[in-house]
Ligand binder design. Structure first.
Ligand code: SF4
Length: 67
């Protein structure tokens, strides 16, 4: 299992800018809580899920099951 950045640099830049603006909270969500701080709870759960492969909600990260 590996966590990679999206290969699309434009998306990475956009999400990173959003994270900077929001003080590290998920730019795709309105609530600012511990659960929405990057890496957010949703993605942490997806990382822990042995069957999940794919992007986080904002598409900043990609979890691959391959090594
Ligand atoms: S969806 Fe992705 S970028 Fe947004 S907070 Fe979660 S891990 Fe970070």
């Amino acid at each position: 299992m590996k966590i990679l950045l999206n290969e699309n640099e434009e998306i990475v830049e956009t999400v990173k800018k959003g994270l900077k603006k929001s003080g590290g909270y998920c730019p795709c969500r309105r609530e600012k809580t511990e659960d929405t701080k990057c890496m957010c709870k949703e993605f942490r759960q997806q990382v822990a899920d042995p069957n999940f492969e794919g992007y986080c909600h904002c598409m900043l990260y990609y979890k691959t099951l391959k090594d």
